[in-house]
Design a protein around this ligand. Structure first.
Ligand code: FES
Length: 197
């Protein structure tokens, strides 16, 4: 993998995306100039395969110095072409890298009130977000491993019930991840995470 590349200061936007095709994950961290909305730095951590690492580093290079709007248009085809082409079986590896970059940009936009289409938060939206929260017990996401027992969205309040005892060793970390993924949603005011015991 790209190694533990981290910003010394907190990133302005970040994402963790998983591939439904292979179960691999990427994390992307971005720095954005608040005036010009230019990506001043992009870091990419891959927990995926060699093709994913390669497209991730190409995308990092392509995105740096671009505005958020320009960077959003980088496609997995462009990344794969820049690498001299990937075999069809490996297309999802570059799709994953592009999804990671786009999600980090979306995270920045949410945090800075730049989101224009304001889709109301529903159970579906929350469930989608929780697909990006890892279940540390298995290395897969919470939704797929059926740890999410219940999701309720009502008047700006999101309630998530996790099927683990509250004193489980990973409970605090999972709770923090859930809050981190759902709190930035524009119409969410409160996130409550409950455990089953
Ligand atoms: Fe999973 Fe390439 S096989 S990212």
């Amino acid at each position: 993998a790209e190694g533990k590349l981290r910003f010394t200061r907190k990133p302005d936007g970040k994402s963790v995306e998983g591939s439904a095709a292979c179960g691999d994950m990427v994390a992307v961290y971005i720095k954005v100039d608040p005036e010009t909305k230019v990506l001043s730095d992009v870091k990419f951590e891959s927990y995926g395969c060699a093709s994913n690492i390669a497209t991730g580093s190409i995308i990092t290079e392509m995105a740096k110095g671009k505005t958020l709007e320009e960077a959003k248009k980088i496609s997995w085809q462009q990344a794969s072409e820049a690498l001299g082409g990937l075999p069809p079986m490996k297309a999802h590896c570059s799709v994953l890298a592009v999804a990671g970059l786009r999600a980090a940009i979306a995270n920045y936009e949410e945090k800075h009130g730049l989101v224009t289409e304001r889709e109301p938060t529903t159970e579906q939206v929350v469930r989608y977000r929780l697909r990006h929260v890892m279940n540390p017990l298995t290395g897969l996401d919470l939704v797929r491993t059926k740890l999410v027992k219940e999701i309720e969205v009502q008047a700006g309040r999101v309630r998530v019930v996790v099927d683990l005892p509250a004193d489980h060793q990973f409970a605090a970390a999972i709770k923090q991840d859930i809050v981190e993924k759902t709190e930035p949603l524009w119409d969410v005011e409160e996130v409550v995470v409950e455990f089953t015991e």
